[in-house]
Design a protein around this ligand. Sequence first.
Ligand code: PMP
Length: 385
Amino acid sequence: GREAVDAVLSTLLRPDLIGRTAYGAPQLDVPVALNTNENSYPVPPQVVESIMAAMADAAPGLNRYPDREFTALRADLAAYLTRVTGTDLTPEQMWAANGSNEVLLHLLQAFGGPGRVALGFTPSYSMHPIITRTTGTRWIDGARGAGRSTGSGAGAAAAPQDFDLVVEPVVRQVRQHNPHIVFLCSPNNPTGTAIDLDLVRAVYDAVPTALIVVDEAYAEFARPGTASATTLLAGRPRLVVSRTMSKAFALAGGRVGYLAADPAVVDALRLVRMPYHLSTQTQAVARAALAHADALLGTVDAIKEQRDAIVARVAELGLVPVPSDANFVLIGGFADAPASWQALLDHGVLLRDVGIPGHLRVTAGTPEETQAMLGVLADHLAQHP
Ligand code: PMP
């Protein structure tokens, strides 16, 4: 029975994992799933064709291990990131893995570990502390805002909570904890806002021995005027910028994330990755997708339009959207966010309760999904003002 399992686990399981909660975004079969910031648009037919052709080419060679160095993929990723960020990047600066989650895991395995400390600024991507702790690294929750947070929950409607990262308090926290790794997320999940590069520079200079990781999973959705931290890589060997093909590229199922960093940092990751961690099919699919970057990224403008429409419309409904540079919007002003989450789900609309009182997060999908979501939301608010 359950008790026997618990008893066994309490002696078998690593003590630091006892009582921890696993990553658990619900995977429910609902008409309008807007809870994991996927790209709602299917892979277009001409890209499907290229992927199938690449797989047909690669399949006879599946008796062999894949290229352990994923040389061609690194060159394609360098070319793509050079093109979209305007930073000259070489294949030696690139690393890739099964989703940017695994990229981050490699970083923690190489630069964290028992006796070491990683610092991030909460609320941010929920996997940063989870990945950190799986490697025995200690996690420290830094605080966002300038210390004038207005609180939240019932009664906080119309008063936007302060989720910004402000240079002075961030630098103070970084100096205080002197971590081995600092996580910055831009645009930040779940709040949506991108950070200023001045902040990245200031954090880099504040701790002369830390690895600074900028998670740019949603960078392709940023509003005009937002620059990538890749533009800071030159002369900053402790800076790492991670990205993913899961969001703008509409390739979440392909499991491809990557980073750009100093070649020495990339080389260190070879010490911890499993040999041949990127399968032949993963490399083939990723390269076929990168060859069609423009077609796949063709949905980005449409998604940004939906995002901006959601921001405008929920404000009209009396809620408090957080400014977004991503493919999602964090919405505050709910009197009882878990109750609203359930009420929307009862009508086939799945949002994300990220655990911030009074707030829910919604992914920007197709116009049809936006309309359905906003309709259900408006009805719900009319009944529960
Ligand atoms: N970073 C951030 C900020 C994310 O939101 C996500 C996915 N939700 C990831 C990384 C990981 O995505 P993937 O492993 O699919 O690349």
